[in-house]
Design a protein around this ligand. Structure first.
Ligand code: PLP
Length: 452
C-alpha cells in the first residue's frame, strides 16, 4: 500500500469514528472496528491489506462464502428488468423461491416475505395470535421461549429473546412473553442421564403451559439448537417432546431457523435432525448468504387456511416495503442453486466433523470445559476449571478472541448478554470453506490455547 492509500485509510477510520454508530459494541479508541474492503471464499481483507479467515461468516450468514460473482450478476439482471414491486403484487422470483423452499421442507407451507430475522419472527408471533383468534380461541396470546436464546432486536423479537443484558434499559418490552430454561446438558446434574435431563427440560415447558393456563398460550418459539446463546444442542428427545407437548395443548410450534437454516448444521434445516413438523418456520441469513436482505416466515398450509375466511378482518393485515424484493429473491434462488450444485449441506456435515475432531485436542486444556457442534457450527465453552465449570470472565474471552485475530482468524462469542454465561467461543465458517481453511482454524485455535 502506498502513502496515499495509507492516508486515505486513516481518514476513513477518522470518519467512521465521527459518523458511524456501530452495532452492539462500544467504540474503543484502542481497538477501532475493522474496516473491511473485500471478501473471497472464507477470507476477508481490511483496508490495510490484512487478511483474516472469517470463521463466523460475518454474523453466521455468508454460507456460500464471499465473492460469488454469479450472485452479483443475477441481482444486476433482476434490477435491470424489475427493480421493485410490493408483495401486495407478486413476481416470478418470489413465486419460484416459495416453491423451492417448499421442496426443501417436509410439509406444505405458504411463504411470507420480510427483510430480516427479527421481522420474520414478528410476523410469526402476529400470525400465531391472529390464528387462534380466528380459530375460536381468542385468549391465546402468550409466547414461550427459552432463556439464553436470541430471536432478534425489534420489540417483539427482543421480548422473546432470553438474554437479559440485551433487554436492559429497553424494558418494559411487549407483554405476554414467558421464558423457560434451556437444555444445557453440559451443566446437568451428575445423577441423571442426558436423555432424562432433556425430558425434564421439555416438561418444564408443559408445566409452564399449565401454570399459565393453557387457554392463554399461543406458541412456543425455539431454535433447533440455541446458536448465538452458546451453541446449546439438545438431545432429540427434547425437541420431539416439545412438539408433542405443543400438539397436546393446542400450542403452535415456531422454529427459528435464522441461523440453523440452509445447511449450517449439515442439513437443509436444523429441525430436520429431529424429525418434527413445525407449524411456522422463520428463515433469514443463509437464505441469501446475506448478499441481499431477505427473510421468510413459512406457515403451514392449515394455519394459512384460517386466514381465508369470508369475515372482513380475516386477512393478515401486515405489510413491509422491502420484503420479497425481486433482486433479493433472485439472489436467494441462485444462492440455493449454488448450495445444491456444490453439495454444501453435505459438505457442512463432513467439514463439521473434521472441525470437531480437530478441536477435540483443545479439551486437554484446563480451561476448555466443552467442545460441541453440529455441521459447521461449533462452540467452545471456557471455564475456570473443569470441576467447578465456573464461566471465565468477559476479559478472558476477549483476550482469546484478540489472540486469534492477531493470528488472522475471526471467531465469535456468545455475546455479553447472558449474566454469568458469556464464556462460549463460537465458530460458524462458510459452508464453502476448503479443507485448508478448516485446518487453519484448528491450527490457530491450538496455538491460541497451547502456545500463548
Ligand atoms: N433469530 C436468530 C436465531 C438470530 O440469530 C438472529 C440474528 O442473529 C435473529 C433471529 C434476528 O435476525 P436479524 O438480525 O436479521 O433481525
Amino acid at each position: 500500500m502506498d502513502n496515499v492509500q495509507v492516508r486515505e485509510s486513516l481518514s476513513l477510520i477518522e470518519k467512521d469514528r465521527k459518523y458511524v454508530w456501530h452495532h452492539i459494541s462500544p467504540y474503543k479508541e484502542e481497538a477501532p472496528p475493522m474496516i473491511v474492503e473485500k471478501g473471497e471464499g472464507s477470507w476477508i481483507t481490511d483496508y490495510k491489506g490484512n487478511r483474516y479467515l472469517d470463521a463466523m461468516s460475518g454474523l453466521w450468514c455468508v454460507n456460500v462464502g464471499y465473492g460469488r460473482e454469479e450472485l452479483a450478476e443475477v441481482a444486476a439482471e433482476q434490477i435491470k428488468k424489475l427493480a421493485y414491486t410490493p408483495m401486495t403484487n407478486s413476481h416470478k422470483s418470489a413465486i419460484e423461491l416459495a416453491e423451492k423452499i417448499n421442496a426443501m421442507l417436509d410439509d406444505e407451507y405458504v411463504i411470507f416475505y420480510s427483510n430480516s430475522g427479527s421481522d420474520a419472527n414478528e410476523v410469526a408471533f402476529k400470525i400465531a395470535r391472529q390464528y387462534h383468534q380466528q380459530n375460536g380461541e381468542p385468549n391465546r396470546y402468550k409466547i414461550i421461549s427459552r432463556y439464553r436464546a436470541y430471536h432478534g432486536s425489534s420489540m417483539g423479537a427482543l421480548s422473546a429473546t432470553g438474554q437479559s443484558l440485551r433487554k436492559y434499559k429497553y424494558e418494559p418490552l411487549s407483554a405476554g412473553f414467558i421464558h423457560v430454561s434451556p437444555p444445557d446438558h453440559y451443566r446437568k446434574p451428575d445423577n441423571i442421564s442426558v436423555e432424562q435431563y432433556n425430558l425434564l427440560k421439555a416438561r418444564e415447558i408443559e408445566e409452564t403451559i399449565k401454570f399459565e393456563q393453557k387457554e392463554t398460550i399461543a406458541a412456543v418459539i425455539m431454535e433447533p439448537l440455541i446458536t448465538g446463546g452458546g451453541v446449546i444442542i439438545p438431545h432429540e428427545v427434547y425437541v420431539q417432546e416439545v412438539e408433542r407437548i405443543c400438539n397436546r395443548h393446542g400450542v403452535l410450534l415456531i422454529i427459528d431457523e435464522v441461523i440453523c437454516g440452509f445447511g449450517r448444521t449439515g442439513k437443509a434445516f436444523g429441525h430436520q435432525h429431529f424429525n418434527i413438523k413445525p407449524d411456522i418456520i422463520t428463515m433469514a441469513k443463509g437464505l441469501t448468504s446475506a448478499y441481499l436482505p431477505l427473510s421468510i416466515t413459512a406457515i403451514r398450509k392449515e394455519i394459512y387456511e384460517a386466514f381465508k375466511g369470508t369475515e372482513e378482518n380475516y386477512h393478515f393485515r401486515h405489510v413491509n416495503t422491502f420484503g420479497g424484493n425481486p433482486a433479493a429473491c433472485a439472489v436467494a434462488l441462485k444462492n440455493l442453486e449454488i448450495m445444491e450444485r456444490e453439495n454444501l449441506f453435505k459438505r457442512s456435515e463432513e467439514l463439521g466433523k473434521k472441525l470437531l475432531n480437530g478441536l477435540e485436542e483443545l479439551k486437554n486444556h484446563p480451561n476448555v470445559g466443552d467442545v460441541r457442534g453440529l455441521g459447521l457450527l461449533a462452540g467452545i465453552e471456557i471455564v475456570e476449571g473443569k470441576e467447578t465449570k465456573k464461566p471465565v470472565s468477559n476479559e478472558k474471552i476477549a483476550k482469546l478472541i484478540a489472540a486469534a485475530k492477531a493470528k488472522g482468524l475471526i471467531i465469535g462469542r456468545n455475546g455479553d448478554t447472558v449474566a454469568g454465561h458469556n464464556n462460549i467461543l463460537t465458530l460458524s465458517p462458510p459452508l464453502s470453506s476448503t479443507d485448508d481453511d478448516i485446518q487453519f482454524i484448528i491450527k490457530v485455535l491450538k496455538e491460541v490455547f497451547f502456545c500463548e
